[in-house]
Write a protein that binds this ligand. Structure first.
Ligand code: PLP
Ligand code: COI
Length: 361
């Protein structure tokens, strides 16, 4: 089927220049939104149709819309950057399109043609290209998502879906300004079980993780570490980031993709950049007990988390129950900083892009 062309409906009353400038001067992650959104409809009967770039606004939902009852919803997160030469760029948008469809398959939802997903993301950036925040780490955070829009209370995969892209100008994810984050290990709650939806980017995974994140915040930490559901022993990931561990022999470990963690696109980029730099990267299980023992013995020198929103974030301190341990000197380590600089250099067009990750707009 041919992908539908986008109808363009410009905002009749766009945000005034001075209001926009104030909104993007120091945006809190996920609180500021641009003037437009992309909307595309799907039905089993008509396929993908009604593609529009339109003024951003509320959705009108029938109370029996399937997503409100059975949570058939998936999303993606990626960033657009303004480069020094004034052009705009997307980082690994093809990978986001592929992961979106992998999530759709797991949630028994309609898959969107990858070129339509990519076209929608590009159209969203182009509609609001004057919203890039002029701050360190500034970008447009793009949130493609899709929900079951069929009005029906039967428990079955919906026959109608609504795909949208909304755009949020962002600065740094962590507002604390601390050089490294503090983590709380959830020894009670788990995020995903074998055979479940852990590898899909579905809203339900985040719903299930919030109580653990709430516990972490209440105890004064930035993020929660999830352990595996079967043994409560193996480190999986954070609420919204993948984990890496750096050892004194220069090698790096990250948990393997066994179906219970999100296959992060930043994770994949970091593995590639580390191997490019001659480092050994092992994708293998790493236990919470070993993490503590290695941090205390000095065998482990650094740990960091990574994801689109948070980029590369050093871990300074970890707390489990009544005990805490410090990672290295408690601040950003050298390997973490080097890998972050390599990644950001490519994303921002400051370094060569040997893997073809950047799409210029
Ligand atoms: N893990 C979870 C649970 C996430 O929500 C994210 C964020 O997207 C990541 C990992 C990192 O994935 P990516 O690097 O593709 O943003
Ligand atoms: C991202 O990094 O894109 C995420 O999805 C993390 C969080 C904002 C959910």
């Amino acid at each position: 089927m041919l992908a539908p062309a986008f109808a363009r409906l410009p905002h009749p009353n766009p945000t005034a220049d001075e209001v926009r400038a104030a909104a993007i001067a120091d945006p809190v992650f996920g609180r500021v939104f641009t003037d437009h959104m992309v909307s595309i409809r799907y039905s089993d009967a008509k396929g993908w149709h009604d593609a529009q770039v339109m003024p951003r606004g509320p959705l009108l939902l029938d109370p029996a819309t399937a997503v409100l009852h059975y949570a058939q919803e998936i999303f993606e997160g990626l960033k657009a950057y303004r480069l020094d030469d004034g052009s705009m760029a997307l980082f690994r948008v093809e990978a986001n399109a592929a992961r979106f469809n992998a999530s759709a398959r797991r949630m028994a939802m309609a898959e969107i043609p990858e070129e339509l997903f990519i076209g929608a993301v590009k159209a969203a950036v182009e509609a609001d290209a004057d919203w890039f925040p002029p701050v360190a780490g500034g970008a447009l955070y793009l949130r493609p998502f899709m929900y079951a829009s069929e009005v029906f209370l039967g428990v079955k995969p919906a026959s109608e879906y609504h795909f949208l892209v909304i755009v949020s100008p962002v600065g740094n994810y962590f507002k604390s300004g601390a050089p490294a984050v503090s983590l709380w290990v959830s020894e009670h709650y788990t995020r995903a079980a074998p055979g479940g939806t852990g590898a899909a980017k579905c809203g339900g995974n985040y719903a299930a993780s919030l109580i653990a994140q709430q516990e972490a915040i209440a105890k004064g930490h930035d993020q929660v570490v999830f352990l595996d559901a079967a043994e409560h022993r193996w480190i999986e990931e954070l609420g919204g980031m993948n984990m890496f561990f750096v050892f004194d022999d220069g090698s790096i470990v990250t948990p393997p993709l066994t179906g219970t963690i999100l296959p992060g696109i930043t994770r994949d980029a970091i593995i590639t950049l580390a191997r490019d730099a001659g480092l050994t990267v092992r994708e293998e299980p790493y236990s919470i007990d070993q993490w503590q023992a290695d941090a205390e013995s000095g065998r482990l020198t650094e740990s960091f988390a990574c994801g689109t929103a948070a980029v590369v974030t050093p871990v300074g301190k970890v707390t489990r129950g009544q005990t805490s341990f410090t990672i290295g000197a408690g601040g950003p380590g050298q390997v973490t900083t080097t890998l972050k600089d390599k990644l950001v250099g490519i994303q921002r067009g400051l370094a060569p892009d040997p893997h073809g990750w950047v799409t210029r707009l």
